[in-house]
Design a protein around this ligand. Structure first.
Ligand code: SAH
Length: 242
């Protein structure tokens, strides 16, 4: 069944008008006709079976019928990633959604040369990946901020897995082991192609909430590092253990 993210409240009988793009996809691409079923989720009310009740030139309308799966919440895991080239950042956002991150925060570091990105496009990629992967929520893509500002306003209780390529960090499995079982919110930090500047690295390593980790003896590209780090976190502390 086709899955669509919609912002609308979902309950039995709820009427949902998909966006123009979604309508085009349902009617134009997938050739659905009135009476056919689609799955809807909004990140709050679980997944609902809905039926296409109206098909018109300008769009269509769906009606929610029955709850397919109640809402569940995944682990509180964010990905903080330095702005890297557009194609790579898009891959990172898509894979973060597949790997169960609940948010992606692009950051500006000393060695990033970009200071903006198309957040709406990244959010659309995250939404499509969430629809495709079967999750019941969509990771939120934040607007880029400076890494230092983010660290200075760090939320109480969230831990940081600092992916540190410099070589003397502990192996990731060993470094995460002490946190098994405490279900603390976490974030993973991945640097830019040029790596972290020494002052940045010193600053992050000195933070009480940060745990530097090594992802092995080879330098990984930011996209590989992000995917690897999220997967290892999910396996060590997240919902891959169930
Ligand atoms: N400064 C590096 C390249 C940075 S790779 C160089 O020597 O050119 C981009 C980011 O991926 C790094 O900042 C780090 O967060 C992560 N990364 C890559 N390889 C890693 C490794 N072996 N261990 C931990 N983190 C790694």
């Amino acid at each position: 069944m086709i899955r669509l993210y919609v912002p609308d409240p979902l309950q039995a009988g709820a009427s949902v008008t998909p966006t123009a793009d979604q309508s085009r996809y349902l009617i134009g691409v997938m050739r659905l006709s009135a009476g056919e079923a689609v799955a809807l989720f909004n990140g709050r009310d679980g997944e609902w079976r809905a039926r296409l009740v109206e098909v018109a030139k300008r769009g269509c309308r769906l009606e929610a019928e029955a709850l397919l799966r109640p809402q569940t919440i995944g682990p509180d895991l964010e990905l903080i990633v330095a702005l890297v080239k557009r194609a790579r950042l898009e891959t990172i956002v898509e894979k973060a959604a597949e790997l169960g991150a609940c948010g992606v925060r692009p950051v500006i570091t000393r060695r990033t040369n970009a200071d903006h990105t198309n957040v709406a496009r990244l959010q659309a990629i995250a939404t499509e990946a969430a629809e495709q992967t079967g999750r019941l929520d969509v990771p939120k893509v934040a607007a880029p901020v400076r890494l230092e500002a983010l660290l200075d306003a760090w939320p109480q209780g969230r831990r940081l897995m600092f992916c540190d390529e410099a070589g003397d960090a502990r192996p990731v499995i060993e470094a995460l082991a002490p946190f098994a079982g405490d279900a603390a919110p976490f974030a993973v930090l991945i640097g830019p192609e040029g790596g972290f500047a020494p002052e940045e690295r010193d600053k992050v390593r000195a933070l009480a909430f940060a745990t530097p980790v090594s992802l092995g003896p080879r330098i990984l590209r930011a996209d590989t590092a992000a995917i690897t780090a999220l997967a290892l976190w999910q396996a060590a502390l997240g919902d891959w253990r169930a």
